[in-house]
Design a protein around this ligand. Structure first.
Ligand SMILES: [Zn+2]
Length: 87
């Protein structure tokens, strides 16, 4: 566990987001957070963040516990680059 809170999805508001581990070889075992209603390539809920992005998302909304502040900005550069390859 990394101590990040699992919030209710802010896009559809129907489900609590879940913590997942990437199965892609270009990002193997990287942690991401998404809505259970998110479907890759579909038109369903768009909520989907890499862990570092989710941390920033929580921080921007004041939802980040103080104990998790050490995660902020860690690996942000790498995430910013890979994000554009995902589509
Ligand atoms: Zn959702």
């Amino acid at each position: 566990a990394d101590g990040l809170p699992l919030i209710m999805c802010t896009d559809c508001g129907l489900r609590r987001v879940v913590r997942c581990k990437s199965q892609h070889k270009w990002s193997l075992c990287q942690i991401f957070y998404c809505c259970p209603l998110h479907k890759r390539g579909g038109s369903s809920c768009p909520f989907w963040y890499w862990k570092e992005e989710y941390v920033d998302f929580l921080a921007s909304r004041g939802l980040l516990p103080a104990s998790a502040n050490t995660y902020t900005r860690a690996g942000s550069m790498m995430v910013a680059e890979s994000k554009y390859g995902v589509g």
